[in-house]
Design a protein around this ligand. Structure first.
Ligand code: LR7
Ligand code: MN
Length: 598
């Protein structure tokens, strides 16, 4: 209401002075000058109290109180900073505690120099690229952290300072997201270019990043996780690309820092970001993978980004509506951001000449509060699924039926941006940005797994000379199924579709990357007992009904029979090679479906 508008007005327009005061340990702090930019969507019209409340939360998440921003009068260059003292203050002594704080090996990390050399993992002509020393946009590096290790955090900062040209590196904005030891962040403000925002209450990485963006002053924002090491000339390709196209979001190739040994390993250069229908990020392999034939200086159009490491123009980030401030802790914001960028007129690329190593870990070392991690991810996901996916939400809920029970909350502020930016629909995204995504057909009775006993029906690809034949039907150990984030790459041999038309199909990825449904059937149009069941091109029955008699099935209880040859049942006596055999009702003919209906 009026009061909050006044408060905001005061925050907006009061001339900000620079205050000095002393913090514990006599560290001299300067509160930075902070001006709330005019990106808040003043044209938002709330239609009811719930929407009004959402808008208030939206604004609140974007206001950074001066008292929460720290900088120091006594700046030193990173190598004059007392590294040993800083690291020693948080050491662990026994193996048992090594993984406690961060789920990676602290004993090893603490002893690795902050300025260690890492291998130059760039390929092709990347290492010989020359970048202009002037004229590129400046960037604010944004690093949020919650209970990060001192050594990994400092190594991130030192690598950034050492490997980023000074005229590009405007500042490093740290956000301490309510870590249990406030000194981990506070001690770092002595280092050149480092500023610190302290979240008095845990906000999660999404709101923490929004806060940092509000304070950042660079032409661009570059987000990093708090346990990375940037590689040689990493920033120039990113800045160059944004200079060419201010609406592009660019990410480096994410190299791997081993969580046990901290060895730096170059990552595959032929991956782009994708997403499963469960809305879990995955890597998709490029179909062309020749190191020598590929021009690594070119960006790879990427349907999504992993989320932790990317650059964007500051103006575009705000215009897009930053992040959804109603997403908590961790998860989903990267997919949401990807959909929004593409659907609202931007682009995304991975630039293979830019490399940044990240410590990958298997679990979250931090807690997610009362609701638990799963509820947090699902709510975050549900929010953007509803905002961006139109009728394709069916596929998400089909894959994650339990997600339906969690309310996404009010989405009016997100819808506001969607309308204002005249964003395109999800169908457009699928067709133009992510054509390789397998879109289940709505005329399927169901899709999912079919099982013979403990085993899952599985197609064994055949190198058949006969064109139009893709494999032999059999059964194998079940993959993790559709809950596997990368099922499309690992599980596609086990995905089966059941059609109203009686067809029994599996999608096959063709040379252009797109999926085409192929049909299970016998090789011969007049099958006999013992004929193999293969996956082959579907025969159309538009003219003659008998044309696809060998591919049309009837589902009778737990048996699958050929509709026109009802004495022949799908039979899995031989796991490696299913056949049609006289129906006997034996176990080998029992096929159970584990399916996800849509
Ligand atoms: O409450 C929190 N507050 C925080 O500030 C929880 C976390 N954080 C910080 C944390 O200290 C870290 O610096 O946020 C950063 C990311 O958290 P991680 O390292 O636990 O996340 P991750 O590496 O497992 O997760 C990836 O997906 C996330 C989804 O929300 C974010 O987008 C991460 O930035 C992202 N990381 C990467 O993309 C690095 C490459 C991983 C891959 C693939
Ligand atoms: Mn991380």
């Amino acid at each position: 209401g009026i009061v909050s508008a006044l408060v905001l007005g005061i925050l907006l327009f009061c001339p900000l002075e620079v205050f000095d005061f002393f913090l514990a340990k006599n560290q001299k702090i300067v509160r930075v000058k902070y001006e709330v930019p005019e990106f808040v969507p003043t044209d938002f019209v709330a239609r009811n109290e719930v929407e009004e409340e959402s808008f208030e939360l939206y604004k609140k998440a974007r206001i950074v109180d001066n008292e929460d921003v720290y900088d120091s009068h006594e700046k030193v260059s990173w190598n004059d900073f007392n590294i040993r003292k800083y690291i020693n203050a948080g050491r662990v002594t026994n193996k048992k505690d090594a993984y406690k704080t961060a789920a990676f090996n602290q004993l090893v990390s603490d002893d690795i120099p902050m300025d260690r050399n890492i291998p130059d993992t760039r390929l092709g002509s990347c290492p010989s690229q020359e970048y202009p020393s002037e004229g590129l946009p400046t960037t604010s590096i944004i690093i949020t952290f919650h209970n990060e290790l001192r050594s990994t955090l400092l190594r991130t900062i030192v690598s950034v300072i050492r490997r980023t040209p000074a005229n590009i590196l405007k500042e490093i904005v740290l956000v301490d997201d309510a870590s249990s030891d406030p000194n981990v962040g506070m001690e770092l403000i002595k280092i050149e270019k480092v500023k610190l925002i302290v979240n008095r209450e845990r906000q999660g990485l999404i709101r923490a990043r929004i806060r940092a963006a509000m304070v950042a002053t660079g032409d661009t924002l570059t987000f990093l996780d708090s346990h990375v090491e940037v590689n040689r000339n990493w920033i120039q390709p990113l800045m160059q690309r944004i200079q060419q196209n201010p609406k592009i979001v660019v990410a480096p190739i994410i190299d791997v820092i081993n969580k046990d040994t901290f060895k730096y390993i170059g990552a595959d250069a032929f991956l782009t970001g994708g997403v499963s229908w469960a809305m879990v990020f995955r890597w998709d392999w490029l179909t062309q993978r020749g190191t020598s034939t590929m021009d690594h200086t070119r960006g790879l159009r990427s349907p999504t980004i992993a989320g932790g490491l990317f650059s964007i123009s500051k103006a575009w980030f705000h215009e897009l509506g930053e992040y959804d401030d109603q997403m908590d802790i961790w998860g989903g914001e990267n997919i949401e951001f990807s959909f929004r960028v593409w659907q609202c007129g931007g682009e995304m690329e991975i630039l293979p000449c830019s490399r940044v190593g990240h410590v990958f870990r298997d679990e979250h070392p931090y807690d997610f509060g009362k609701k638990g991690s799963n509820n947090v991810f699902v709510k975050n996901n549900n929010r953007f699924v509803h905002t961006w996916m139109d009728e394709y939400t069916d596929f998400y809920y089909g894959t994650r039926p339990n997600a339906k029970s969690i309310e996404p909350g009010d989405l009016s502020v997100r819808e506001h941006f969607k309308e204002k930016l005249q964003c395109k629909g999800f169908k457009w995204y699928l067709e133009n940005v992510y054509p390789r995504q397998y879109v289940p057909e709505r005329n399927s009775v169901a899709w999912g797994h079919a099982k013979r006993g403990e085993h899952c029906l599985n197609v064994f690809p055949t190198k058949s000379n006969k064109s139009g034949v893709y494999g032999q039907l059999g059964a194998a150990n079940c993959n993790q199924g559709l809950n596997n984030p990368s099922y499309q790459d690992m599980d596609k041999q086990q995905l089966v579709l059941k059609k109203f038309t009686g067809l029994f199909q599996q999608p096959v990825q063709m040379k252009d990357g797109k999926y085409v449904n192929k049909c299970f059937g016998t090789p011969d149009t007049t099958p006999t007992d013992g004929a193999k069941v293969i996956l082959a091109d579907c025969v159309s029955n538009a003219e003659v009904r008998e044309a696809n008699s060998h591919q049309r099935w009837n589902y009778v209880g737990t048996n699958i029979k050929l509709e026109d040859f009802p004495h022949l049942c799908l039979d899995g006596s031989d796991l490696g090679s299913f056949r049609v055999r006289t129906c006997t009702g034996s176990d080998s003919q029992q096929i159970l479906w584990e399916m996800l209906n849509i």
